[in-house]
Design a protein around this ligand. Structure first.
Ligand code: SAH
Length: 236
């Protein structure tokens, strides 16, 4: 990939080592060599290495994390993959539009594409860490590695089709956004706007607003400054 940043494939709690190997192979055939594993059931594992074929090096360099939050902390663009649309969800992007968008985003920061468990996909909390969700049109859900293949193919085919990025401002990373959301939740509780018995839905809706806005680091700092001043008005 001819960009200063790279795209990572993130697998959340994969249960079959063979699938991890097949994912490494699928991604590498399309030029994506960064693999992040969140709590894999069995890894490293000989079955993964066998299924990876020529992509054993991708497995060797794979990073293992204990949460999705940690896995995407430095990314500025995080996309979840899901078989179907869930109730309250973040913005949708079709796989065909995702390709050029990924190349566009790579001009500003690291990108993560997140795939779910073979049995149950991604939880709502995990999807809430994403700016977009993409669904591959299909009759039934795809095998994990097949889904990775389709998405990586779309990215591969879109190389060179991204509009040039003209903004110089650094985008907020996933970790910086998470700190903003924590701060926002604390303040909303303090001022009595957020009902501690029913916090989830409001916070999820607010997350979606800020995720859509593609906040820069400077903008996050301004918002957090407002939150701090709300907590301590006399300090200004
Ligand atoms: N039974 C699960 C399906 C899991 S398939 C469920 O109903 O949610 C494992 C993973 O492959 C999914 O979490 C998703 O990341 C990916 N995947 C499978 N089919 C997909 C599709 N049609 N579109 C997007 N991602 C898909």
């Amino acid at each position: 990939m001819n960009s200063s940043h790279s795209t990572s494939i993130v697998l959340v709690e994969p249960s079959h080592p063979g699938n991890i190997g097949a994912v490494a192979r699928a991604a590498k055939t399309m030029g994506i060599e960064s693999l992040v594993l969140v709590n894999p059931k069995r890894f490293p594992d000989p079955e993964a290495t066998v299924r990876a074929v020529d992509a054993a090096d991708v497995l060797e360099r794979a990073v293992v994390c204990t949460s999705l939050k940690e896995a995407v902390r430095s990314c500025t663009f995080v996309v979840g993959t899901s078989v179907r649309k869930r109730g309250l969800s973040c913005a949708q992007i079709p796989p065909r539009q995702l390709g050029p968008r990924v190349w566009h985003e790579l001009q500003r920061g690291p990108v993560a594409i997140v795939f779910g468990r073979e049995s149950s996909g991604l939880s709502n909390d995990e999807l809430d860490l994403c700016q977009f969700v993409t669904a591959i049109p299909s009759i039934n859900s795809l095998n994990l590695a097949a889904a990775v293949q389709v998405i990586c193919y779309e990215i591969f085919m879109a190389a060179g089709r991204a509009p040039a990025e003209d903004s110089e401002d650094a985008l907020a990373t996933s970790m910086e956004l998470e700190h903003l959301f924590e701060h926002l939740q604390t303040v909303l509780l303090e001022i009595g706007f957020l009902d501690p018995k029913q916090p989830k839905l409001l916070m999820r809706r607010l997350r979606h607003v800020y995720q859509r806005a593609r906040l820069t680091q400077v903008e996050v700092n301004i918002l957090r400054g407002i939150l701090s001043a709300t907590q301590n008005p006399s300090s200004r």
